[in-house]
Design a protein around this ligand. Structure first.
Ligand code: PGA
Length: 258
């Protein structure tokens, strides 16, 4: 499964979802310290997206280290009368360097459309944040043989203009694999990531080769090495297994010696 991985530095990103209080700082400092200690030689970018409430305090703890912070959503507008929403500029101000947009839980729980996701990704770019754009098929769509067409349609509708390897990351997350312990076969993952890669090249030309495509959905310490060795899998978006530093670091270790 030799891919073109060398040209893309892997990214292992943790999505804490609606978990984490100020007291969770110890997980952050454990990851931070491992990245400058035992895992210093691992050639991968590492990011945790905690709830927005703790980004600023965690940012102070990771300033100047290899551990980056991301957010889980943003509003498309920079400011204004949008009670309860948080803009990409605010997340940047708090210390985030990236924001996840279009996670399937937001698409399902909040009815977010790909057009809204595209506007949020554009807002991330406007604020100087990396947009981590999530796409993925449901169980029913997979059963109907529609995986590649669904993923391609979501991708094209969710991406803003002027994407490149520095400002955009794609996360392919089959909805049925999120939080279930179910994962696609390596060859299924390879087929979807290859199709996404081709779409990215069609959309962004040469830049399409430099945009990282993460796999997400039940990535755990015991399956990470297999999933992350698949061609065109440039890292992982990890939910449940990112909440404990020890589990998350075991996943980062899949890149040890690579
Ligand atoms: P999971 O979540 O690792 O708990 O399946 C992944 C995600 O939703 O990003």
């Amino acid at each position: 499964m030799a891919g073109q991985k060398q040209e893309r530095r892997p990214l292992v990103a943790g999505n804490w979802k609606m978990n984490g209080l100020k007291g969770s700082l110890s997980e952050i400092t454990a990851i931070r310290d491992a990245l400058s200690g035992p895992l210093a030689a691992v050639a991968a970018d590492v990011l945790i997206a905690p709830p927005a409430t703790v980004i600023a305090s965690f940012a102070a703890a990771v300033a100047g280290t290899r551990l980056a912070l991301g957010a889980q959503d943003c509003h498309a507008k920079p400011l204004g009368a949008h009670t309860g929403d948080i803009s990409a500029e605010m997340l940047k101000d708090a210390g985030a360097s990236a924001v996840i947009v279009g996670h399937s839980e937001r698409r399902a729980d909040h009815g977010e459309t790909s057009a809204e996701v595209r506007a949020k990704a554009a807002a991330a770019h406007r604020a100087g944040l990396v947009a981590i754009v999530c796409i993925g098929e449901t169980q029913g769509e997979r059963a109907a043989g529609a995986t590649l067409s669904v993923v391609s349609r979501q991708l094209k509708a969710s991406l803003p203009k002027e994407i490149n390897g520095a400002n955009t990351v794609i996360a392919y997350e089959p909805v049925w694999a999120i939080g279930t312990g179910l994962i696609p076969t390596a060859s299924d993952v390879e087929a979807v990531h290859a199709a996404i890669r081709q779409d990215l090249k069609d959309i962004a030309g040469a830049e399409g080769s430099s945009i990282r495509i993460l796999y997400g959905g039940s990535v755990k310490p015991d399956n990470a090495a297999t999933l992350l060795s698949v061609a065109n899998v440039d890292g992982a978006l990890v939910g449940g297994a990112s909440l404990k530093a020890s589990d998350f670091l075991a996943i980062v270790r899949a890149y040890e010696g690579k």
